[in-house]
Design a protein around this ligand. Sequence first.
Ligand SMILES: O=C(O)CCC(=O)C(=O)O
Ligand SMILES: [Fe+2]
Length: 229
Amino acid sequence: MPANGQPAPAPAALPQPDWGAAQRCFDCGDRSVELRLRLQHPPLALFDGLLTPAECAQLIEAARPRLKRSLTVQTRSGGSEINPDRTSSGMFFGRGETELVRRLEARIARLLRWPIEYGEGLQVLHYPEGGEYKPHYDYFDPGEPGTPALTRRGGQRLATVLIYLNQVPRGGATTFPDLGLEVLPQCGQALYFAYERPHPSTRTLHGSVPVWEGEKWIATKWLREHTFV
Ligand SMILES: O=C(O)CCC(=O)C(=O)O
Ligand SMILES: [Fe+2]
C-alpha cells in the first residue's frame, strides 16, 4: 500500500468474460463453457466444462510424476519456502509445454479475453486426505519487501482461475471467508475470480478446506498485468 494509506488505483482492464450479452454459454474456441454462478464484487464466476473428464485425468497423470511439496512465495525475499499452511504437493508446467496445456491456456485466454503471454505457467496441486490451504490472497502484497522482485516478471497478479480436476467425496471446498462462499470441487469446472487492486477490500481471501475423504486435484492459472517471463 502506498505511504498515504490509499490502495493502489485499479488497472484500466481486468481479465474477464464478456458479460455484455448476458448469455449462458461462453465461447472458448474449441469448446464452450456454461456459466453456473456469478458474483459482481469481487468479479467471480463458476463455469462448467472447461476441461472434459478425460482431459482432467490426462492432466493429473502428466503432473503426478513431477509433484513436489508445495512452496509458497516468501514475501520477505521474493523466493519460495515450505509453508505449514499449505499441505499439498504441486508442480508447474511451462507455458505451452504440452498440447493439452496449450489447449487449456487458449480456452482461458479466449474466455477471459486476456493474452496467453500474460499468464503464468499452469500449476497443478494435489491434496492428500487431511491436506488444506489456509486462507490467503493470490496478489503480491505491496507492503512486503519481496514484492518488487515478484512483480518484475509480469506485473501484479490480477485474476485466478482454479480448475477442478476431480470430485472430492468429502471436504476440499474452495472457501472465501469474506463472502461466506464455499465451492465444492467438480471435475472440469473452473472458478474464476479477479482482484482489481492488491488489497483486502477486493474480498478475495480464499483457501482450501481440508480434504476429509479421498484426495483433491486442482490446476491454477494466475493472470498478470503484462507478459509473464
Ligand atoms: O485448492 C484450492 O481450492 C485453492 C487453491 C489456491 O488458492 C491457489 O492455488 O492459490
Ligand atoms: Fe490461492
